[in-house]
Design a binder for this molecule. Structure first.
Ligand SMILES: [Zn+2]
Length: 424
């Protein structure tokens, strides 16, 4: 991986004894475990606390910390007095130890963010979504935007670990190709990953936007947060990022997370699939705007994405201000959304439903006013436990920030599955 400042892979010989076999991946795994523990204690942690938290020997923790300090990923801050002997050093993440670029390709706009290792957005920029027919000029434009952002943000380019891209599906993750997303009519089999990597000299990861949002939610989660959730991503379309047992569910082709064709209103508008009242159409900003325009709540006729965006903003503002007809449009969508949520909760036995995405905040207060009680009182709801409804920890640009966390997640998230595969 070019541009990478820290390459794991050093052996952790003392751990070999514990496993009884010469696993080259153990050192790398322990390094991610310790870094993850440090990351989740922003006020700092001592080596002995890290040993307790990770279950690793103090020798292993000391060795790993020495390497992490040398690589600049963590820093030692002062000391903590706790009895006799040499006071223990306090270890904290070095936010500037690594950076990631997140890119979210939306039908209307491309958002770029620079995120540091502590998850702070250092800088961001936006540009209109390239609509050129030839992929080469699209890639060229995006490459220039990324290079310009790294430049203006002032971050150390040698510490940029990579670029994550979140895009509407369907995608071909293995080849890093955006297939033919219905919302992006000019994009057909764009080989985004390799081309963008060549244009920037950085490693590139590609993921469906809803999956990137779920990865971000896990990355930013507190230790106490549930790792079983559905992330209802409310954008131009509706998608669902899924995490079960702390792992994001990607599916065989990494295109999991499309609840769109669940019927939630048998008399609803006709979907592209030919059926009526699919949640992926009935609850979208465009469908709400179309109804509001038919009922004379907002003027005009829905046309392109910018017009829908503006009309949706006007509709949501009216609804929030107490206009009964406008409120009814949004509340009906919330009830339809609730039906889909019930199916998802039943299917996955999750305890948390998270809402976010580019269009979410405008209708958040109304949906959260209506939907929870509709879900809880639905006779179709199966799990006996309570379901919590929360908003994303990332209020703005969740897919772009999520795209950035893809890079951190793939580099720094401890995964036993990685260890097992590598051991073969
Ligand atoms: Zn449909």
């Amino acid at each position: 991986m070019p541009g990478r400042v820290w390459t794991p892979g050093a052996r952790e010989d003392d751990e070999v004894v514990l496993t009884g076999s010469n696993l080259p991946a153990v050192g790398e795994y322990n390094q991610t475990v310790v870094l993850d523990a440090i990351r989740r204690h922003p006020d700092g942690s001592t080596r002995s606390k890290l040993a307790t938290a990770t279950g690793l020997s103090s020798m292993t923790v000391a060795n790993v910390c020495r390497r992490l300090l040398a690589s600049g990923l963590i820093e030692e801050h002062g000391t903590r007095v706790s009895g006799p002997g040499k006071p223990p050093g306090i270890l904290r993440l070095n936010p500037a130890g690594g950076f990631s670029i997140g890119v979210h390709i939306d039908p209307a706009v491309v958002t770029y963010v620079v995120v540091d290792l502590a998850g702070e957005v250092r800088d961001h920029t936006r540009s209109g979504t390239p609509s050129a027919q030839d992929p080469a000029s699209v890639i060229d434009e995006m490459g220039r935007s990324i290079n310009a952002l790294i430049e203006t943000s002032g971050v150390d380019r040698s510490r940029v670990l990579g670029i994550g891209i979140a895009t509407p599906g369907p995608v071909n993750i293995a080849d890093g190709i955006v297939l033919n997303p219905p919302m992006l009519p000019h994009w057909h089999r764009v080989p985004l990953r390799t081309a963008l990597s060549a244009a920037t000299g950085l490693p590139v990861l590609l993921e469906k936007d809803v999956t990137a949002a779920a990865v971000a939610e896990l990355w930013y989660a507190d230790a106490a947060d549930s790792r079983d959730f559905a992330f209802m991503y409310y954008g131009t379309g509706l998608g669902t990022g899924i995490a079960v047992g702390g792992e994001v569910v990607r599916g065989v082709s990494s295109n999991a997370g499309d609840p769109g064709h669940m019927t939630v209103d048998p008399n609803g508008p006709e979907c592209v699939c030919g059926r009526r009242g699919c949640v992926g159409y009935s609850t979208t900003p465009r469908a709400l705007v179309e109804r509001a325009q038919r009922e004379g709540i907002v003027p005009g006729a829905a046309a392109g994405i910018p017009e829908v965006d503006a009309a949706f903003t006007a509709l949501a503002a009216l609804a929030r201000a107490g206009d009964a007809a406008a409120y009814a449009v949004v509340a009906d969508a919330a009830r339809q959304l609730a039906r889909a949520v019930v199916v998802l909760v039943n299917l996955l036995d999750i305890e948390r439903v998270i809402f976010g995405g580019p269009f979410w905040s405008r209708i958040a207060s109304i949906v959260l006013d209506v939907l929870p009680s509709v879900v809880r009182s639905d006779p179709a709801l199966v799990p006996p436990h309570d379901v919590r409804f929360t908003e994303s920890v990332i209020p703005v640009d969740v897919a772009a920030v999520g795209a950035a966390t893809l890079v951190f997640d793939s580099t720094f998230s401890p995964r036993a599955s990685t260890l097992l595969i590598s051991a073969g």
